[in-house]
Design a protein around this ligand. Sequence first.
Ligand SMILES: NC(=O)c1ccc[n+]([C@@H]2O[C@H](COP(=O)([O-])OP(=O)(O)OC[C@H]3O[C@@H](n4cnc5c(N)ncnc54)[C@H](O)[C@@H]3O)[C@@H](O)[C@H]2O)c1
Length: 251
Amino acid sequence: MRLKDKVAIISGAASGMGAATARIFAREGAKVVIADMLEQEGRVVADSINATHPGAALFMALDVTNEAGWQKVVQETVRAFGRLDILVNNAGISGSATNNLLDVELWHRVMAVNSTGVFLGTAAAVPQMQKNGGGSIVNLSSISGVVGQAFVHMSYNASKGAVRTMTKSTAVQFGKDRIRCNSVHPGLMPPMRTSGATADPEVRAKMLKSVQLGRAGEVDEVANAILFLASDESSYVTGTELYVDGGYLAM
Ligand SMILES: NC(=O)c1ccc[n+]([C@@H]2O[C@H](COP(=O)([O-])OP(=O)(O)OC[C@H]3O[C@@H](n4cnc5c(N)ncnc54)[C@H](O)[C@@H]3O)[C@@H](O)[C@H]2O)c1
């Protein structure tokens, strides 16, 4: 088992890639906290994990933009499972929820969830990981954190670009504490709950032309990359970025 006895918090784990990651982490021996705003969906994911791995999953309500909420989730994780080894900053909202590419309100909302949410999670987890003697933080960026895109509000690119460089700051500032931090950059995946244009089959067909493997990715393909970076198999990997994009960024 690749995460035996590790304790992980995964934000946004009620859905999509976060839920897939929670399932794979539990399979590999971890205790997982499913931290999400979606209580009902989050509890369903936790229950389904506990059905096959009793006691492995716990749901905790969290809005990642809430600093006190993050502190509480970290405290309750330690109370329940004794430590914190892994944080996956996965919660996010889409930049294609509107067709108005100059929507100012969306800018603020996307930056708050996708960037500030990652910083707040890091700020809550690092002191606990310092106490533990180390840890691994995996931040979900995107291909959108590396290049601009025609159909996506620039807040999404900016927020994911911030995640990409924040990851390197975390690696530089806390490497001395044996805390590693890396970013994962999914490409064309099943649409997010909040996707607008990027859920449109015509837009997806256009994006697919840039995917060298000629198909969309699957959530487990991203979860497996997160698993590698969370586990001790990547013990000498920090401050780096892993593209899980079928070659989208290769050209
Ligand atoms: N799906 C894609 O095409 C794609 C591509 C690249 C990167 N990503 C990134 O991967 C991550 C996961 O995306 P997904 O496809 O699984 O999306 P999803 O919409 O299925 O899941 C996102 C989860 O985040 C949660 N969330 C949103 N705002 C939150 C908040 N304020 N507090 C707590 N939880 C909140 C949602 O409730 C949901 O459970 C996101 O960061 C996303 O930006 C997705």
